[in-house]
Design a protein around this ligand. Sequence first.
Ligand SMILES: [Cu+2]
Length: 260
Amino acid sequence: MSIRAHKRSLTLAATAALVAPFVLAAAVTADTVTAAPAAAHGSVTDPPTRNYGCLERWGSDHQNPEMAELDPMCWGAWQHDPNAMWNWNGLYRENVGGNHEAVIPNGQLCSGGRTQSPRYDYMDTPGPWIAKDVPQRFHLTLTDQARHGADYLRIYVSEPGFDPTTEALGWDDVDLVKETDPYPSQGTYETDVDLSGRSGRAVLYTIWQASHLDQPYYLCSDINIGVAAAEPGAAAEPGAANGAVGTTATFTGRLVQLAS
Ligand SMILES: [Cu+2]
């Protein structure tokens, strides 16, 4: 990705600081039709990554002091560097050669090995990140504003004993769930994720290997497995809730507002 493209994203973010992410995305796209074809990038938007979740919940209200109590990890993230949220789609490295485990140190998986440090460093911080309730089998969506294409999405889940509220994610904390086939250039890449047998809190870790050049993205999404309404035919596990359900529900109105 070109430096110029990144500068443009930053400028837009600064001038549109109070604008919902979908509006911002539209502005970037419109601005770049006649310029660089790939001015924005992408991320897993459902279940949302740590920084995308903070943008969804607080992008239009990021100076609200109530965030410190309602959503302390997002509060910390905004204090650390607001550009981690405005550039929710830029958490990547380049020229990794597929050697993800060699390049990304343990404890730094959620920041892509502190890529563009210090912008995304806070994503590695253990703590009570708001987790999305998901059934054991759910649908993952990666939004690619740049239409880079994907060589693959490689999806891991943290092991049952891993506690993201006290530990930073390492390679020995995750199990590979699936690796997808390539996707052609398009706006979203969707795939089903099957976490049968799992319940409770976990980190979903997605590596998106973009196709336009060697540009992998490293994406942590916090989830509560088996808490949400199950898909037809599958039984929910109401006992798996760990207390985050009420907090998540608090944000429903805000999410609807941002998406409209
Ligand atoms: Cu890109």
